[in-house]
Design a protein around this ligand. Structure first.
Ligand code: SF4
Length: 515
């Protein structure tokens, strides 16, 4: 069986430890050099490794060894180095179609996009090799990808790419939104595109002073203003509310004009379904390898994804199916009323929040959906006691734990931050969210998705009766969303706790909410 060994030598600084790991390997002990140590760099020979896992146990943060499915017993498209990440297969751009890519983060999505965009020349596993387009075209012979690279070779493909992390844009750019967009406007359609994306009113604002949702739409505008025929959007709906998500989906689809191809990576399954014509599923093992399934009709791809099994490839990429089961209806819940409010109002600057009557029962999870800017977060902060109401009734004698929308990080260790959750809910929260591997890290070393999971665990670990979670699906990939929604749901049921969850992902909310 072919296997991939990935070694992060940055995390293996101690020479004695490396020698110790080498001495543990049964293949080395048998006289064959499987684990090597050259110039202080620990390497693993994948051909002789028997996959016993002993070295992984000894240095789990630095060594990963994964058995590859049979179908991938072939050359990778690209390998970043000896004992580094390997990418197998690419998504297929199809002209006049939106092709969606569904899958977890960390398995080569950006690498695949870079290869398609001509930013990364694939080496077919031979590190340092300079590949010609002829070799690339030969590699994909008989597929749609061959036709695509023939066009790339002729210079007929121009790619425009919207990156995943739009929050990095204000760190790299400065100036007014309008001036920045003018610089990339190769089509002369700035005003038209701004109107469609509803950003005309912020064109004179400084890029550093606009919200996440506005930044996302500015990034989309910058992408489509370039005169390209392959547009790639990496997570185009993060930070957007449901109405904006639908608007952006329609807008992206409107780019299809007979000679344009669109590829979209998206984690909101309902939007994914709405936006894409066909889809690939990306599977693999985080930081080790990634591959792409064949193209499927979009509905089928979502069902396959939830099922966790690719029939054609004979690959199970998740142990269990995700099922959206019918739940006990709210009216049958016996929980007593925990908190109620009536005619609340709160004025913040020019903004006024006013509410009707409402209540939350014990053990109940309530989903809150709505446009940005209508006071969802203000309402949550009033309930959490973070800000005082101006008028109305609210029984405030309940213990509340609150996860804010925007997360802050510092140099505290995850293990210290999560001490309550670790002591009370290891099986219920820590293990399903796979947080143990982050224990030794500082908060400011975490990715957006990791920080979100830690913030959710921190919030649920507090001694409280009502848990308020503001946009817990932000930064999470599709798999993480499914897991987090189940964790919140199970936690409320088993602990008889109540939760109010504000989010924009309809399926995520539907899965975890009673009403
Ligand atoms: S997994 Fe491979 S490299 Fe590691 S100890 Fe076992 S045989 Fe050696």
């Amino acid at each position: 069986m072919k296997r991939i060994a990935v070694v992060d030598n940055e995390k293996l600084k101690d020479k004695q430890k490396k020698l110790h790991i080498q001495s543990l390997c049964p293949v080395n002990r048998g006289g064959v050099e499987c684990i090597t140590l050259e110039k202080d760099v620990l390497g693993i020979d994948e051909a002789t490794c028997i996959g016993c896992g002993i070295c992984v146990k000894a240095a789990s943060d630095a060594i990963k060894i994964v058995n590859l499915p049979e179908i991938l017993d072939k050359k990778p498209i690209h390998r970043y180095g000896e004992n580094k990440f390997a990418l197998y297969n690419l998504p297929t751009p199809i002209f006049d179609k939106v092709v969606g890519v569904l899958g977890v983060n960390g398995i080569g999505k950006s690498s695949a996009i870079s290869v398609l965009g001509g930013l990364l020349k694939p080496n077919f596993g031979e590190v340092g090799k300079k590949t010609s387009y002829k070799e690339i075209i030969d590699f994909f012979k008989g597929t749609e990808t061959q036709l695509f690279f023939e066009k790339v070779e002729k210079g007929d493909i121009k790619v425009s790419y919207k990156p995943q992390h739009v929050d990095l844009i204000p760190k790299a750019k400065k100036g007014k939104v309008k001036d920045l967009l003018k610089k990339v406007d190769e089509k002369g359609k700035l005003d038209e595109v701004a109107k469609e994306l509803e950003i005309s009113n912020i064109l004179d604002n400084d890029i550093k002073k606009i919200s996440g949702g506005e930044l996302q739409r500015v990034a989309i505008a910058a992408t489509v203003l370039k005169d390209a025929n392959l547009y790639i959007f990496d997570e185009p709906t993060s930070y957007l509310d449901i109405k904006q998500r639908i608007n952006v989906s329609k807008f992206i689809r409107s780019l299809l004009d007979g000679h344009t191809a669109v590829i979209v990576v998206e984690h909101d399954l309902i939007i994914f379904d709405y936006m894409s014509d066909m889809a690939h599923i990306m599977y693999g093992s985080e930081d080790v390898y990634g591959s792409v399934s064949g193209l499927k009709p979009v509905k089928n791809s979502i069902n396959v994804y939830l099922g966790g099994y690719l029939k054609e490839e004979n690959i199970r990429f998740r142990d269990k199916k995700v099922k959206f089961e019918a739940r006990k209806s709210f009216s049958k819940k016996k929980g007593e009323e925990l908190v109620s409010w009536n005619g609340l109002s709160k004025k913040l600057g020019k903004f006024l929040l006013e509410t009707d009557t409402g209540s939350i029962n014990n053990g109940e999870v309530i989903g809150v959906l709505g446009e940005n800017g209508i006071g969802k977060t203000t309402f949550v902060r009033v309930l959490a006691g973070e800000i005082k109401k101006d008028k109305g009734k609210l029984n405030e004698n309940i213990k509340v734990s609150y996860k804010p929308q925007y997360l802050e990080s510092n140099d505290e260790l995850v293990m210290v931050v999560l001490k309550d959750a670790i002591s009370k809910y290891t099986n219920q929260i820590i293990n399903p969210l796979n947080l143990k591997i982050l224990f030794e890290k500082k908060l400011n070393e975490l990715s957006g998705g990791e920080l979100q999971k830690v913030a959710i665990a921190y919030c649920l670990g507090k001694d409280a009766e009502l848990f308020l979670l503001d946009e817990p699906s932000a930064y999470l990939d599709v798999e993480q969303r499914l897991i987090v929604s189940k964790v919140i749901r199970d936690f409320a049921e088993l602990q008889n706790k109540s939760a109010l969850v504000v989010d924009h992902d309809l399926l995520f909310l539907d899965y975890l909410s009673d009403k």
